[in-house]
Design a protein around this ligand. Structure first.
Ligand code: NAD
Ligand code: UD2
Length: 307
C-alpha cells in the first residue's frame, strides 16, 4: 500500500486531496498546524501530525517511511504576506526547504521521497502577458509570490543537488466546496456564493471587468495526483488553470442566476495592487501529464453552492 504525507491537509485544497488519496486506497498522513485549516476537514482514516511545517524534527518524523509528499501548507494570502513579511516567509519558504531537506533520505531504502508542491500564479506578478505560459518571466509583486518563486528555486536544488524528485504546480484561482468564505482573505467565489445564496448583496472592487482564470478544486486534485504518478524529471513547474477567462461581473451574474436572484452590487474602489487580467496557458500540463481542467465554471459553481 502506498502512503503519502500531505502538508496543509486540513485546508481547503489539501482536504480534497486527502479524500481522493484515501478513495484510491492509499494511506494518508497530514501535517498541519490548523492555523487556517480545520480539524473537521480531516478525513476519517488520515493520521494528523499537528504542528509547524518549519519544525524540522516534526517534519522528519511525519515524512519517515512515506512514499511521497504533497506539500501544500502555506499562509495562502497575499495580504497576510505583506502584513507579516517575516512570519509568513518562515512558513512559505523555510517550511518548503524543511520539507525538501527531510525528503532527502526519508525512506527505509535510503532513497529520497518525491515532493509535489503548491506554487502559485502569483509568481507571474505584474507580467501582463495573456495567456501566461510557464516560460513567461516571473515578476512577483508580493512577499507571497516571491516566496512561492523561492520554493521553485529550492525545488531545483532539491532535485539537482540532493536527488529529491520535485514537481511544482502553479495554481491559478482555485474554488470549490469547503473554501472558507468568512475571512478577509477569502476568494471571491466563496464570498459571492455565501452571500448570494443567503440573499445578501455583494461588493465588487473596481469596475468588475477584471478577469481571472477560475479552476475547480477537483481538477487541481487531478493535477496533483498525476504529477505524483508521473514525476517528470528536471523538477518542472506547471500552470494549473483552465485557459478560460471570466470577469467578476460575469461571475456575479452566473452565481446570481444559479441562486435564482439578480445580485445587488455595491461598487467599491479597486484593491491596491490589483491585477487586471490573469489567465493561464494550460498546454504544458495537458501535454506532459495528460490533465485538463475539465469542470466548467457553471458546473463547479453548482457543486460549490450545493455543498
Ligand atoms: P488553506 O489556507 O485552506 O490551506 C493551507 C493549510 O496549511 C491550512 O490547513 C493551514 O492550517 C496549513 N498551514 C498554514 N501554515 C502552516 C504551518 N506553519 N505549519 C503547518 N501547517 C500550516 O489554503 P488553500 O487554498 O488550500 O491552499 C493550499 C496551497 O495552495 C497553498 O500552498 C497555497 O499557497 C496554494 N495556492 C492556493 C490557491 C487558491 O486559489 N486557493 C492559489 C494558488 C496557490
Ligand atoms: C488570488 C489569490 C492570491 C494570489 C493572487 C495572485 C485567492 C483567494 N487569492 O488573488 O492568494 O495567489 O491571486 O495573483 O485565490 N473581488 C471582489 N469582491 C470581493 C472579493 C474579491 O470584487 O468580495 C475581486 C478582487 O478585487 C479581484 C477578484 O475579485 O479582482 C478576485 O479576487 P480574489 O481575492 O478571489 O483573488 P485574487 O485574484 O485577487
Amino acid at each position: 500500500m502506498t502512503e503519502y504525507l500531505v502538508t496543509g491537509g486540513c485546508g481547503f485544497i489539501g482536504s480534497h486531496l486527502c479524500e481522493a488519496l484515501l478513495a484510491q486506497g492509499d494511506k494518508v498522513r497530514i501535517l498541519d498546524d490548523l492555523s487556517t485549516g480545520k480539524l473537521a476537514n480531516k478525513p476519517r482514516g488520515a493520521v494528523l501530525f499537528r504542528g509547524d511545517v518549519a519544525d524540522a524534527a516534526l517534519v522528519r518524523e511525519a515524512l519517515s517511511g512515506v512514499d511521497g509528499c504533497f506539500h501544500l501548507a502555506a499562509v495562502a494570502s497575499v495580504e497576510r504576506g505583506n502584513e507579516d513579511w517575516l512570519g509568513t516567509h518562515r512558513t512559505n519558504l523555510t517550511g518548503a526547504i524543511t520539507v525538501f531537506e527531510a525528503a532527502r533520505r526519508a525512506r527505509s531504502d535510503g532513497r529520497a521521497v518525491p515532493v509535489v508542491y503548491a506554487s502559485s500564479a502569483a509568481v507571474y506578478g505584474d507580467n501582463p502577458a495573456v495567456p501566461l505560459a510557464e516560460t513567461a518571466a516571473t515578476r512577483p509583486l508580493s512577499a507571497y509570490g516571491a516566496d512561492k518563486l523561492g520554493c521553485e528555486l529550492h525545488a531545483r536544488v532539491a532535485a539537482h543537488v540532493h536527488g529529491v524528485p520535485t514537481v511544482g504546480l502553479r495554481f491559478f484561482n482555485v474554488f470549490g466546496p469547503r473554501q472558507d468564505p468568512k475571512s478577509p482573505y477569502s476568494g471571491v467565489i466563496s464570498i459571492f456564493c455565501d452571500r448570494l445564496s443567503a440573499g445578501q448583496g455583494i461588493r465588487i472592487f473596481g469596475d468588475g471587468r477584471q478577469t481571472r482564470d477560475f479552476v475547480y478544486v477537483a481538477d487541481v486534485v487531478a493535477a496533483l495526483l498525476a504529477a505524483m504518478r508521473r514525476l517528470p524529471p528536471e523538477s518542472p513547474v506547471f500552470n494549473v488553470c483552465t485557459g478560460r477567462s471570466t470577469s467578476i461581473l460575469d461571475l456575479a451574474a452566473t452565481i446570481g442566476a444559479l441562486c435564482g436572484r439578480a445580485p445587488q452590487i455595491d461598487f467599491a474602489p479597486p484593491r491596491a495592487g490589483e491585477i487586471r487580467a490573469s489567465l493561464g496557458d494550460p498546454a504544458r500540463l495537458a501535454a506532459a501529464l495528460g490533465v485538463t481542467a475539465a469542470t466548467s465554471l457553471r458546473d463547479g459553481l453548482a457543486k460549490t453552492l450545493g455543498s
